[in-house]
Design a protein around this ligand. Structure first.
Ligand code: NAD
Length: 374
């Protein structure tokens, strides 16, 4: 029997509450599909800062022991980090979010996946008209460790001519840099992923009419598309993509793009669903893959048992599909979530005026509703 080690990171706020439901679903689906999972909790974020406060090397949001455990695991299942307790204005104070950046870096995770699916049962939650949303099921593949966010930065306080009327002023620059292989490894993954989906469409988003890095991106994509003739490939400029994501979102299947464009487009696409509590994401690369909800630690509702666990449970679905390659188990989890929603069950954040109070569930009860439908 296959056996997998999963490094679980509850983090802060609602993290431990939603992770508990994700773990229950993972254990049950493993039992149903005939494989073994070994789950082990480790510290990250604010919880790690508190636990390491008196350590001789100082407090940290990612203890060495957590990173080692993550490296040795088959997949990492993260909940969320952060909260007002650790919002210090002292720039030297460790911050929970540093734990996220450090673990992504430590595991060499260079691409991020954000699936965006509009569930018919929740179609009213979006600010867009339902007729545009029915059938939206797309996947954004974003390069995660290159480009503008990681390029060379420069700031000159008294640069000649940067002020008004040619006076000296502040001058800043952020370089947008990409190497060929950085682009190719992400595109390869996106082609492969598109070839395994039903519609087999891949949209590569760039700004090749202006940017040299985009022309490199397009050059590599066009070379690679020969290897996946079954994938219907298209190029789209980022401004056009941003427009079409809201005017005709159903036309997209897999969308691949560089870091900054991906950051913006994935948040725009997330808005199609209208509910933060439903979105999961995966970060993949050379080391252990990591799966997490797209929302934060929701400190405003932490400890009340009312958080929506579905994004965490859908992260388990992603973990099964892309981390453990257990597609049958992933299908089961995704279908169970869809069925629980179709049967009218809601947590408070996705309920509307028409939802009867008896259908509004606690975190735990929503976990039960999914478990019953696995
Ligand atoms: P947030 O996503 O935590 O919350 C935004 C709003 O959505 C809140 O009203 C919250 O109650 C609600 N919400 C979020 N997830 C929910 C869920 N599962 N069920 C029900 N309601 C939910 O964003 P924020 O308030 O901007 O940030 C709170 C903390 O989370 C901050 O410390 C921030 O730095 C951190 N954060 C962490 C991550 C992460 O762990 N990946 C991501 C974003 C923000």
């Amino acid at each position: 029997m296959a056996s997998y080690r999963i490094c679980c990171l509850p983090g802060d706020g609602i993290g431990p509450e939603i992770l508990a439901e994700g773990k229950r679903v993972l254990e049950r689906v493993a039992e149903l599909e005939g494989f073994d999972v070994e789950l082990e909790d480790h510290l990250i974020g604010g919880a790690a800062i508190d636990a390491t406060a008196s350590a001789p090397e100082g407090a940290t949001a990612l203890p060495e022991e957590t990173l080692e455990a993550a490296k040795e695991a088959d997949a990492v299942l993260l909940a969320s980090v952060g909260g007002p307790k650790w919002d210090s204005t002292d720039p030297r104070a460790p911050r929970p979010e540093q734990g996220l950046l450090a673990i992504r870096k430590g595991l060499g995770l260079y691409l991020n996946l954000r699936p965006v699916k509009v569930y018919d049962a929740l179609i009213g939650a979006s600010s867009l008209k339902p007729e545009f949303l029915h059938g939206v099921d797309l996947l954004i593949v974003r390069e995660l460790t290159g480009g503008l966010y990681f390029g060379t930065r420069e700031r000159i306080e008294d640069a000649p001519g940067a002020g008004r009327d040619g006076e000296p002023g502040i001058w800043c620059s952020d370089a947008l840099e990409y190497g060929e292989w950085e682009v190719e490894r992400v595109l390869r993954w996106a082609f492969e992923c598109a070839s395994r989906r039903e519609r087999r469409r891949l949209t590569s988003v760039d700004k090749a009419n202006v940017l040299g890095t985009s022309r490199l991106w397009r050059e590599v994509a066009h070379r690679l598309r020969e290897e996946w003739p079954e994938v219907a490939y298209e190029d789209l400029y980022v401004d056009n993509a941003a427009m079409q994501l809201v005017s005709e979102p159903t036309r997209f299947d897999v969308v691949v793009t560089e870091n900054t464009f991906g950051d913006i487009l994935s948040d725009e696409a997330a808005q199609l669903t209208g509910s933060l509590g439903m979105l999961a994401s995966a970060s993949l690369g050379s080391g252990t893959p990591l799966f997490e909800p797209s929302h934060g630690s929701a400190p405003d509702i932490a400890g009340r048992g009312i958080a929506n666990p579905l994004a965490q449970i859908l992260s388990v679905g992603l973990l099964l599909r892309h981390g453990l390659l257990e597609a049958g188990a992933a299908d089961r989890v995704e279908l169970a979530v869809e069925r629980a929603l179709a049967d009218g069950w809601r947590t408070a954040d996705i309920a509307d005026e028409a939802t009867p109070a008896s259908q509004i569930l606690s975190t735990r009860a929503m976990g039960d509703a999914v478990l019953e439908r696995l």
